[in-house]
Design a protein around this ligand. Structure first.
Ligand code: XMP
Length: 326
């Protein structure tokens, strides 16, 4: 049985020097574990999988095969950033799968939130499994498990929502950051040269925009949601709020509302802005945002996003409301 307890002797990684030492140790450990064999990694572009990818690339280069599955529910520019950083800058051996149509077809007409989560989770495993079967000579599976995942739920990442790969694809695991806390993973990521926007990325649920496009997902509402979310992120960055607010995003409900555009009555969608501060996501407060910032975001969304005629700011703390809308 693998040891899943952080060694008492391990000091907390807070400085660049400590991160460099950790990286050097892990590079040696990975080379010793893997030898000349190939390792597979599902690279979502989240902090943990990105840091594991960068660490493995440093240790074994193109023996690491990264698979990035775009489920069509990513935020604007996210898959592009994964390709730019890993394929172009780090010369990763990266398989990119655009599975947008497959996911959206499976999700068509599905309203129930847990059902949506299940479909996204199991479809993700299926696509990853198909890609894994095309590859030859894989003997290891790398995972971005971090210490809170182990403390919370045993060996599988807490938020994967689904079981794992089938028996014949259960490779030996490589989990180089499994004893690190999130803040330590970030220090290591910066030392590995990953961009700050990746390393300090706010939490983004595995099912992505799928749980923010409420009810049955449609391509037009999903497109509007993605554009509105991109505007929100741009304006938060411009206002210096990106590192001050813990999580912020937009939500699009599955009902319409009346508006007036160019003198004509329209039936368009509302967009809801959600922003929260929290330590552990168990409780959360809503920051008092500058009115001018909210107005600017509202004006831009109304002017730039087709199909939207109303913008709301959600004032509800957790509890009673959850952070996500469904
Ligand atoms: P709630 O909505 O439960 O969210 O207050 C707490 C935190 O968890 C994230 N979240 C998810 N993350 N898969 C994930 O990986 C999910 O299905 C999921 N649902 C919520 C949410 O974004 C927040 O940070």
């Amino acid at each position: 049985m693998e040891n899943n307890k952080r060694p008492d002797s391990m000091t907390r990684i807070t400085t660049p020097q400590q991160a460099q030492q950790f990286i050097a140790e892990q590079v040696d450990a990975i080379r010793a574990q893997v030898g000349s064999k190939k390792v597979l990694l599902a690279l979502s572009g989240g902090v943990d999988s990105s840091v594991v990818a960068a660490l493995l690339i440093k240790a074994i280069g193109r023996q690491l095969v990264c698979v990035h599955v775009n489920h069509g529910l990513m935020r604007k520019g996210e898959s592009e950033q994964v390709l730019e950083v890993f394929r172009n800058q780090l010369d990763a051996n990266l398989v990119y799968v655009d599975a947008t149509d497959r996911f959206l077809d499976k999700l068509a007409g599905v309203k129930e939130p847990e059902q949506k989560r299940k479909i996204i989770g199991s479809e993700f495993i299926r696509v990853f499994e198909e890609e894994a079967r095309k590859l030859e000579g894989i003997e290891f599976l790398a995972q971005g498990t971090i210490y809170p995942d182990i403390l919370e739920s045993g060996p599988v990442k807490a938020h994967h929502n689904v079981g794992g790969l089938p028996e014949d694809l259960r490779f030996a695991l490589v989990e180089p950051v499994k004893f690190l806390f999130k803040d330590e993973v970030r220090v290591v990521g910066i030392e590995l040269g990953l961009p700050e926007s990746m390393v300090y990325r706010q939490p983004f649920p595995g099912p992505g925009l799928g749980v923010r496009c409420l009810g049955a997902i449609t391509r037009d509402r999903l497109g509007a949601l993605r554009e509105a979310d991109a505007i929100l992120r741009e304006e938060f960055e411009a206002a210096g709020l990106t590192r001050k607010v813990w999580q912020f995003f937009t939500v699009i409900p599955d009902f319409r509302s009346t508006g007036v555009k160019e003198g004509r009555r329209v039936d368009d969608w509302p967009v809801i802005i959600r922003a929260v501060n929290t330590v552990d996501a168990m409780t959360a407060t809503v920051p008092e945002l500058d009115w001018a910032v909210l107005q600017k975001i509202t004006q831009r969304i109304l002017a730039e996003v087709p199909g939207v005629c109303r913008v709301l700011y959600d004032l509800s703390p957790k509890p009673v409301a959850t952070i996500e809308w469904e």
